[in-house]
Ligand binder design. Structure first.
Ligand SMILES: [Ca+2]
Ligand SMILES: [Ca+2]
Ligand SMILES: [Ca+2]
Ligand SMILES: [Ca+2]
Length: 302
């Protein structure tokens, strides 16, 4: 954790707004994917192996807790995952990667949790690090509520394979129907799944989204997209949903939250801080490997 504390000192000098640093005192790093080395979003996450170990956030009690405050112990035979964030300056994208083992893969879009959150991962993104609530507030008119939801931070459940009617990226607080398509996010098929509903499963997924300083469900033209720049601190909230806890009669959903905050669903002040790192030339793949990536991408494009 030494490196994170060092980064935290940098953050205190450069952060443009107050931050909660959740979990306390920590700031995480987002890997810089230069445009020449973008990950191939095919569900084979091996290109992410170039990331230094400290950029991977793995389930452990120092980082993650169930959001009900119960202090449930981590049991990696029930759920194991690791997650990392990347970014690209030119395309202004945030990339995510996620690798999960689950002893009971719940994909029937029913039961506890309602509406198909199932065994998903939810990531909130506060690109301009404004903090504060992005869920409707008491006293707002219906129109104001619609406009407030997701306006200055966005959150959604990513579910592979896609679950209808909400698709692979369920931006549950918004009526938007355009946010989950390119060039705003991708992809509905960028995963590898080994397992079926009701059985043990592993899944790997890699995907991107853009960020919005002012999101308007009406359309991208009415919204203001964020320009990500090197060295800036962004806010992100991560929760991994495991739907198979409790008993058949009394099923329970556990949400493993980075930092453990219960209000992460709609309060960006409970998000964690990520710094957008410079390009790490020393750890980028060699030119030969890059060539082979180019060939792979070209063959897919044909
Ligand atoms: Ca890949
Ligand atoms: Ca489980
Ligand atoms: Ca940029
Ligand atoms: Ca499960």
């Amino acid at each position: 954790m030494k490196k994170f504390f060092a980064l935290a000192a940098v953050a205190m000098l450069t952060a443009s707004s107050a931050s909660a640093h959740v979990p306390e005192g920590m700031i995480f790093g987002a890997w810089n994917w230069p445009t020449s080395h973008l990950p191939n979003l095919d569900g084979d996450i091996s290109e992410w192996n170039v990331l230094p170990a400290e950029l991977w956030l793995e389930i452990n009690p120092d980082l993650f807790a169930v959001d009900d405050g119960s202090g449930k112990p981590v049991d990696t035979s029930d759920l194991w995952f690791r997650f990392a964030m990347g970014w690209n300056d030119e395309l202004d994208r945030i990339y995510y990667v996620y690798d999960r083992f689950d002893n009971n893969w719940d994909r029937d879009a029913g039961g506890v949790g309602c509406c198909g959150q199932d065994d998903s991962v939810e990531v909130g993104l506060d690109s301009d690090h404004s903090g504060d609530w992005f869920w409707q507030q008491e006293g707002q008119s219906e129109e104001e509520q619609l406009r407030t939801r997701g306006r200055q931070a966005q959150t959604g459940h990513y579910r592979w394979p896609a679950l209808e009617p909400f698709g692979w990226y369920w931006f549950w607080m918004s009526t938007s129907d355009w946010h989950d398509e390119e060039p705003y996010s991708c992809c509905t098929d960028s995963f590898t799944l080994d397992g079926v509903h009701g059985s043990e499963a592993t899944i790997q997924a890699e995907w991107y989204t853009v960020g919005w300083d002012d999101f308007n469900f009406a359309g991208p033209g009415e919204s203001l997209q964020h320009d990500f720049v090197e060295g800036e601190i962004i806010g992100a909230g991560l929760q991994v949903v495991d739907n198979d806890n409790g008993t058949e009669e009394d099923p329970k959903t556990w949400k493993w939250v980075l930092g453990g905050q219960a209000d992460i669903f709609g309060n960006a002040s409970s998000f964690s801080d990520f710094i957008l790192l410079p390009v790490d030339e020393a750890n980028l793949p060699t030119a030969v490997e890059n060539d082979s990536w180019g060939h792979i991408k070209a063959s897919i494009a044909q």
